[in-house]
Design a binder for this molecule. Sequence first.
Ligand code: C2E
Ligand code: CA
Ligand code: CA
Length: 796
Amino acid sequence: MLTRLSLRRSLPLLLGIFGLLFTVMLTAWHLPTRIEENLAGWRNHTSQHLALLQSSLSDHRRLGRNAELETELADLASLEGVLWAMVIDRGLQVIATTQLGLSPERLTLIDAGELAKQVNGGRAGWFGEGSRQLAIYPLDRVAQDGTPLREALLVEYDFAPMLAQTKREAWFYLAQTLTLLLLLGLILNRLYGRLLTRRLARIDQAARQFAIDQQPQNLSVGGRDEIGRLARTINQMMNQLHERQLALSESEQLFRDLVDTAPIGMLVVDRELRVLQANPAAAALFGCTPAELLGNLPGDRLLESDATTRLLSTPANTPLELTGRRHDREVPLEISCTPFQRYGVRHFLVLLRDISDRLRAEQRLRFLAHFDPLTQLANRNYLVQRLEQLLAARLPLTLLYLDLDHFKRINDSLGHEIGDKLLVQIGDRLGRLMPEHALLSRSGGDEFMLLLDGSNHIRAEQLAQCIIEGFRPPVRIGQYECYVSPSIGVAISDGRHSASDLLKQVDLALYAAKDAGRNCTVFYNDALSDAAAGRRALEQALRRALDRDEFVLHYQAQVNAQGEPEVMEALLRWNSPERGLVPPGEFIPVLEDSGMIIEATRWVFREACRQACRWHAQGYSLRIAVNLSPLDFRQADLAGSLLAILEEEGASTSMLELEITESALLEADEHVQQTLTRLKAAGLPLLLDDFGTGYASLTYLQRFRFDGIKIDREFVSGLPDSEESVALVRGILTMASHLGLHVVAEGVENERQAAFLRLNGCPSLQGFYYARPQPAAQCRLQQNGGPINLQLPLDA
Ligand code: C2E
Ligand code: CA
Ligand code: CA
């Protein structure tokens, strides 16, 4: 009950109750004892007084001094509290008294019998109750015979005034005690207030204030006692709580900021998927405000009717792809639900992501994985997949591999933009030419593939022919008319091949078609494979040949009008231990394909330098012509490497000249131009080889500033009977003399050809008629007007 009151009230109350109880107890116990004690004291005192009086009274009686006796009694009766006094004998006869008319038999405090017994017994005693007391005291008077006379003194007292005094004193004493207690209580209360209540109240006040505003209070309660310690602990707790509160609110704020600024939609939903919280990103996904989402089901804004059930049944963190509604638009969404506990209740965090971009990118990737973005045709991957499917099902099929001839030339001369447009148009054209259900793909660059059902050779041949025919009309792109022709390789399978084998076969067939002069079709056969295998073996052997130094140079003379050799053309031979002397036509293409040609050219050039030096040392002022392959121009610094060799071998540029075929210039770019300019500037004469077989020859002659040309064998062989050859050779010679170019006619095999050429002013002739290519040691040379002793043609 007391704990319900504040200490400020309960303590004074307790003290008050305690004081009251103390007083009551004191009153109940102290007062009667005190009265009893006082009575006993007075009796004692009176007894002593009476004992003194007794002897004097006894003397008065023995001597018969009655007057003195009465006086003494009167003195006694006059004392405070004494009502009366009398002396009686054993017969209860009054001898003297202060109260006339009072007989001993009529006493109230003792009856007569008892009195007689007392007197006769000679005993002293007190009788009576309360304040009225009767004292009986025997007088010791003896008769002459020695027997006691038995007389007694009776005195009645009234102690009431004394008792009243005692009570007054007791009450006074109590009042004093009470006052003291009160004072003590007050002091205690104050002290207690200072030590306990006020400090506790301050702690309480601070704690309450903290509970209201969460601001830690400055609790100024000192001391080292329990309350001081309590105050410090509470202070510490408040500070810690406040700090934690701050940290919590900071992290809450951070969390709220994160959620609000998160680029991903977030919803907090209850067990029924009702939205309790939504961030702006989530609202933006549905084109509304976060408040508009509250209370809704995510399913309300999703297109799928079973969205809610699916969300509830999908395992946690497993993304679901669903479609959201934003105004009239559909938004593909990725949604995942993560359960969590909040105040012991299960909730879900729903994450929503707009995956339009991702889907578009995926679509694009899927497209790119299977289609060519330029022509919109299937790509090689897709075709190969389809091929694998058909072959897995053992279905017969036909594969056409198509490559555009010299497409690079168009690309380089007209630019890539036109090149791309051309590819698109060719794709369209092929689409129109191919049969239904065939799969057409662009497999990269200027290559296309056609996949057909069935393994009908004739049908494939007809289709290939139809494509070649279909390519004859030029393709119009803007102001340009482009002529393009395809080379086609075909492989046919009964369904028992692997895709990679078939791709290899069709590749070989295409390669063969290109080898066969382009713009034609070649069907795969085993001979192609064998040839390819032979080619690989040859490549290996050539690699070894380069290492083992198996190459040799033969020299063929170019003679002047007088038949004297001026220039010796270095022609490469392979002196193979297994194959014998191999002509360059058989291995140069392999060197070119494998890139070994660069090393071979360097070897030839070095060897030519050395031979030129030897001949010069022997007194022959012969130049050696070295053939360059178009592939030589692929190396970074052809000019630098040739000039370095020249210097290393101590040869001069006047001892050598370079023959370059037109095909090297077909794909001429800035780099080729620079190389030729540098070589020419160094003093090396440049001759255009196989003149007349290539394209746009005149352009090249001017652009690269050649020193001369070599008329191709093809034209010389027709001389002098073929009108065409005659016209052409004459034309070339006239043009060359106008341009100031040196001319060499190659492949001169007989007297008539030589005579025609000489007659038409061809300054230099080369051919079996004059000399076959020979090792340097076997070349018998004669110069300076003497008869030249060149080996005669075998058939001459
Ligand atoms: P080319 O540069 O046109 O060389 C002339 C070829 O014609 C030589 O064949 C030569 O033996 C042959 N020839 C010469 N006079 C006659 C003739 O009166 N009648 C006939 N029918 N043929 C004649 P070869 O040595 O087999 O060389 C063939 C081709 O190999 C050369 O044609 C050249 O393009 C290439 N070649 C040869 N040596 C080298 C070389 O060191 N480097 C490079 N890159 N190519 C070389
Ligand atoms: Ca040549
Ligand atoms: Ca030639």
